[in-house]
Design a protein around this ligand. Structure first.
Ligand SMILES: C[S@@+](CC[C@H](N)C(=O)[O-])C[C@H]1O[C@@H](n2cnc3c(N)ncnc32)[C@H](O)[C@@H]1O
Length: 273
């Protein structure tokens, strides 16, 4: 692997890249991504045949449909996630599904590498059963690479260490040979989740409310306040009255809205108006 002898970044072009990232995705990152994004961006520059990183940034900026955009965004995203992260949310989800078991449409709005929507799907399948045709989880993210891994549904066993043996047996298949030390979600679990790419920045809820549950956790924290306010309004439109919005442990609803009532720690109920 060749090493970078000189940083591709100057103060000016790094600021330029962060502005482009923010305009496109809403994500605000600081200095800490300078190092980790560098090798990825340098690889992209070479792949797309530009003489300098500035030329590459300018080309992206001029062309909204440039093929380099998804990988540019992927270079900056923070994908940290885990199965059953913030377990108290899954207790509330369990009670909600038990009550509305006939049909439950859920949206996981920043699903990263899949741990979160598969956790939702485990809870769902355990309550309604694998065969029940009702209830789906739509799982979206801006990061095309993370989505690829989510769709594959293959995880190293250490990522699954917090899951009970019973859950592991029910929802995962342990790998052999080259998949030793890994496990794959069983078809009944993956069948519950539909993954697709969606940029929350360029989205506006177009249809009548259709979701009973929305998870958008540990993502709004990377957005500025205006974006957060707009997103919460979109989630309110997308949620049916009585539906639940789950946000991350260090997030609050960015607006004093009369559309939601706090139900539990970082869980909000959509009011009937
Ligand atoms: C820290 S992860 C959180 C994952 C998961 N929700 C959780 O709490 O474990 C943040 C995710 O938000 C996604 N993201 C960032 N900006 C986005 C945008 N504009 N639209 C959609 N997803 C975005 C990132 O790609 C990343 O996968």
């Amino acid at each position: 692997m060749d090493t970078l002898t000189r940083s591709i970044w100057t103060d000016a072009n790094y600021k330029h890249a962060l502005k482009m990232l923010h305009d496109r995705s809403g994500i605000i990152v600081g200095e800490h991504k300078m190092k980790s994004s560098e090798r990825l961006l340098e690889g992209l520059r070479k792949e797309f045949g530009f003489a300098s990183i500035d030329d590459f940034l300018n080309a992206l900026e001029k062309d909204n449909d440039h093929a380099g955009w998804p990988a540019f965004i992927n270079s900056f995203t923070i994908n940290h996630t885990a199965f059953f992260r913030e377990p108290h949310h899954f207790d509330i989800l369990t009670k909600y599904i038990e009550k509305h078991r006939t049909d439950c449409a859920m949206w996981c709005a920043s699903c990263s590498t899949g741990e979160e929507p598969y956790s939702m799907a485990m809870v769902l399948n355990e309550i309604v059963g694998e065969q029940a045709a009702c209830s789906k989880i739509v799982a979206t993210d801006i990061d095309s690479q993370a989505l690829k891994r989510a769709k594959a549904g293959i995880y190293s066993l250490d990522k699954l260490s917090g899951i009970s043996e019973e859950r592991l047996r029910r929802h995962f298949l342990k790998g052999n040979n080259r998949f030793e030390g890994k496990a794959k979600v069983r078809p009944a679990l993956s069948a519950r989740v539909e993954f697709s790419e969606l940029n929350l920045m360029s989205f506006s809820w177009p249809k009548p409310a259709m979701f009973d549950v929305i998870f958008c956790r540990n993502t709004m924290i990377y957005f500025d306040r205006d974006t957060q306010v707009r997103l919460v309004a979109d989630f309110a439109r997308a949620l049916k009255p009585g539906g639940l919005l789950f946000i991350g442990h260090s997030e609050t609803l960015a607006t004093t809205t009369d559309q939601f009532t706090l139900l539990g720690q970082t869980v909000y109920k959509r009011n009937n108006r």
